[in-house]
Design a protein around this ligand. Structure first.
Ligand SMILES: [Zn+2]
Length: 100
């Protein structure tokens, strides 16, 4: 695969996501307006002036707020390494030393 100079890892991930979405039968219209966050990169899928799907990039300060429901879904997952555990207690103890 050819690598375009200056292309970021984030854009790479977005392009993979686009490809996977198409393979799953999604249409362009369904993908437009999707926002991606990777580290401090903010990427937004737009249709450019000539009607072609384009990844708009911004670099900024990213703050992600998660609501209770979202956190509840992964309650037993270690937030540091992502391993799922049998209980919330095990999950918070998993990578405790790495926390601070
Ligand atoms: Zn862990």
């Amino acid at each position: 695969m050819n690598k375009v100079l200056g292309k970021s890892k984030g854009v790479d991930l977005v392009q993979k996501w686009i490809q996977q979405s198409f393979e799953q039968g999604k249409t362009e219209a369904e993908l437009i307006d999707t926002t991606f966050v990777f580290g401090d990169e903010i990427m937004h899928l737009i249709r450019n002036q000539v009607g072609v799907l384009e990844v708009e990039q911004k670099v900024g300060h990213v703050v992600i707020f998660r609501n209770r429901e979202e956190l509840g879904l992964n309650k037993n997952m270690c937030r540091a390494c992502g391993i799922e555990h049998g209980s919330y207690k095990e999950a918070i103890e998993c990578c405790m030393e790495m926390e601070e």
